[in-house]
Design a protein. Structure first.
Length: 252
């Protein structure tokens, strides 16, 4: 076996260096790939043809208030994407125990088309959280469709954005929820209420009916009915039918 001479080695090295100098674009591309940061795409990046749904989280949110509407909307195939929002990114514990990860913050949500504000026992604390209420106010004003489920309407009421507008809430917590917005035109007997871009629902499971009502508004009745059928859910499509108002003594 023949060992390369020192002269041969130096000649090969020089040839390699000259080839590299002759292709500065290659060196630049390699350097950029090595030294430039490669940030991850934003969690709420818009997908063409889809609406982005931002769901507000806080410690003590009600699970069905979040996942009931999410499930109904997701039954409309390839028309919605979802992003979880909170004051800070990371794990947020529900009132039922399971933890959900917030993708983005309320002050940096990306482009949101539909906002969902859930209820839950955590709302009793959050109505006094000025930072959350301020962020919710700004986000709701910038969002084309704003919805609340259960006592989530108390949080919306605290922003002042529901003042003078019809809205409803959980019938078992109705006295407390309505006290958070004395200037709101509260509706005691309603499964959900639509007022312009605002949709507010009664308690917990009513959020699914409201979500299907929103699907009907955005698309048509047939699309909403097919979404309910896909979930094997019996849609209570009459927003005025509310047996829980009478059960809780709010109407005769």
């Amino acid at each position: 076996m023949t060992t390369p001479s020192r002269r041969t080695f130096i000649h090969a090295l020089a040839t390699t260096a000259l080839a590299a100098l002759a292709s500065p674009g290659t060196i630049q591309a390699q350097t950029s790939a090595t030294t430039s940061p490669n940030p991850a795409p934003p969690a709420a990046a818009q997908t063409p043809g889809k609406r982005t749904v931002g769901i507000v989280l806080f410690d003590g949110f009600q699970c069905l208030d979040v996942f009931g509407p999410l499930e109904m909307l997701s039954m409309v195939r390839d028309r919605f994407t979802f992003v979880m929002l909170a004051e800070k990114t990371g794990p947020i514990r529900s009132g039922q125990g399971p933890v959900v990860i917030a993708d983005r913050t309320l002050t940096d949500p990306g482009e949101i088309d539909i906002l969902i504000v859930p209820g839950g026992m955590g709302t009793r604390r959050e109505v006094n959280n000025s930072a959350l209420i301020s962020a919710l106010n700004a986000l709701a004003q910038a969002t084309p469709h704003v919805t609340s489920v259960c006592t989530g309407s108390a949080l919306l009421a605290r922003t002042g954005l529901l003042d003078g507008k019809p809205a409803t809430s959980n019938k078992r917590a109705y006295a407390w929820a309505t006290s958070q917005g004395p200037s709101v035109a509260w509706v005691a007997e309603a499964r959900w209420v639509e007022t312009g871009k605002y949709f507010t629902s009664s308690g917990i499971s009513a959020g699914m009916d409201m979500a299907l009502g929103l699907v009907e508004r955005l698309f048509d009745r047939e699309t909403a009915e097919k979404a309910a059928q896909s979930a094997e859910y019996e849609w209570h499509s009459d927003s005025h039918r509310d047996p829980f108002a009478k059960l809780n003594g709010l109407v005769p």
